[in-house]
Design a protein around this ligand. Structure first.
Ligand SMILES: [Cu+2]
Length: 423
């Protein structure tokens, strides 16, 4: 009987060992529960809304508002929130102050919602989904097998009875539990509650949640109100997106790099640069209020990404009239270190930027580099590696205008520079 006792002890130890990692692993079976960060540019400044994930419903949905100097919304500024369920139309309202605490909006169910954010007279509507993690059936089998193993081992030890049947049962249950634990990376996770039906269907069919074909490119048109903006005066730049196939508004933009749309506005000569995040004001309509200091031609480059599709660049141009004014937020030039020192068209170049202090992520990355050809026909957006270097390929010979952007000490820094590609 001694060998049974020994086996039981080994089994108990093994059970405790595998039980230990089983707990934390269960917590992140699916992406549901992750926080959503959406950056929006209001006329008064930019704000990042942080919507915390929930692990079950009903629950309070926590919303915070963060802003960066110098172009962020004033700290303490009150933003009105309205959360509407698209499933049953129910609404709740709340208030959040920029940089302080947060609001807790009660949600009753998973699924599609719209968060309306009001700053002064401006409002943005952010569509999103409340996702609730769901356990896959096999995780219940695994957990059940662990439980049975534990009960048999502990019960056997407490009762002081060791039988072949007990050891056999515990061994079998333990084997199932361990097998499922080891197979976990290869088993399908459960689709979260509240996920989009298309994604759910893809998951059921065993396919990747991203559709193979994707959706058609959006047709984008820029316009300004007034039609001829004047230097120093606020105007609205609007981007209307329609589906090329159906002509209907494109209202399925995915939040990528913490915004549904990234907009770069540059003066033709590159002296003025704005990187802002359009507000969704109606289905397929995105707009932002701007104030520009110099007259002349401006270029607009918007980065968008439809759900289940790739990224897309939408471009446009507009004219500003009036007298030249001093730039409100002058940007100090960067002196980058290039490798190779003389970049070659079509070959990678690494650009290193000296930074003032430790970097904080901005839009999910340590740093951003935007590069535009002089004529504006080419625009690239590269992401930086730690402290702070970018690698990219410039397509042709010529002069490029570049802007590096990063956050340090709670401040967004923009550093312009130029790149010459001679061969
Ligand atoms: Cu952006």
């Amino acid at each position: 009987m001694k060998w049974i006792n020994g086996r039981l002890r080994v089994l108990g130890a093994a059970f405790l060992l595998v039980l230990w990692p089983a707990g934390p692993a269960r917590a992140h079976v699916v992406e549901a529960g992750a926080e959503l960060r959406v950056t929006q540019t209001f006329g008064a400044g930019e704000v990042t809304l942080v919507v915390a994930g929930v692990s079950s419903v009903p629950a309070p949905l926590r919303v915070r508002a963060q802003a960066l100097r110098p172009a962020g919304l004033e700290l303490g500024l009150e933003l009105g929130l309205e959360l509407r369920s698209l499933a049953d139309g129910s609404r709740v309202t709340g208030v959040v102050r920029v940089g302080q605490g947060g609001a807790a909006l009660p949600v009753g169910q998973a699924g599609p919602y719209e968060l309306r954010v009001r700053a002064g007279e401006e409002a943005a509507v952010i569509p999103f989904r409340v996702l609730v993690p769901v356990s896959a059936p096999w995780t219940m089998v695994r957990d059940g097998a662990f439980l049975v193993t534990g009960l048999l081992v502990v019960g056997g030890v407490l009762a002081g009875r060791r039988s072949g049947l007990l050891v056999g049962g515990a061994s079998a249950a333990g084997a199932v539990a361990v097998a499922l634990l080891l197979l976990a990376p290869y088993l399908p996770p459960a689709w979260p509650d509240g996920a989009a039906p298309a994604a759910e269907a893809a998951q059921r069919d065993g396919a990747a949640p991203v559709a193979e074909a994707g959706r058609p490119y959006a047709q984008g048109r820029f316009s300004t109100l007034p039609a001829r903006p004047v230097t120093g005066a606020e105007f609205t730049l609007t981007l209307r997106l329609t589906d090329g196939a159906t002509g209907r508004p494109v209202d399925d933009l995915a939040v990528h790099h913490e915004a549904p749309a990234h907009l770069v506005v540059t003066s033709q000569d590159g002296a003025v640069f704005r990187h802002v995040h359009l507000l969704r004001t109606a289905p397929g309509v995105l707009s932002v209020r701007l104030r520009l200091p110099r007259p002349g031609r401006y270029l607009a480059h918007a980065e968008i990404e439809r759900q289940d599709s790739g990224g897309q660049l939408v471009t446009g141009a507009f004219e500003v009239t009036g007298a030249a004014l001093p730039e409100t937020a002058p940007q100090e030039n960067a002196t980058p270190r290039l490798t190779p020192a003389a970049p070659v068209a079509g070959s990678p170049v690494t650009i290193q930027i000296g930074v003032e202090g430790p970097l904080q992520p901005w839009l999910g990355m340590p740093g951003h580099l935007i590069v535009r050809s002089e004529d504006g026909a080419y625009l690239a957006h590269a992401h930086g590696a730690a402290a702070l270097s970018f690698t990219l390929v410039l397509p042709d010979r010529g002069r490029y205008l570049a802007w590096a952007q990063y956050v340090t000490g709670g401040r967004l820094v923009t550093r312009p520079f130029t790149l010459e590609v001679d061969r």
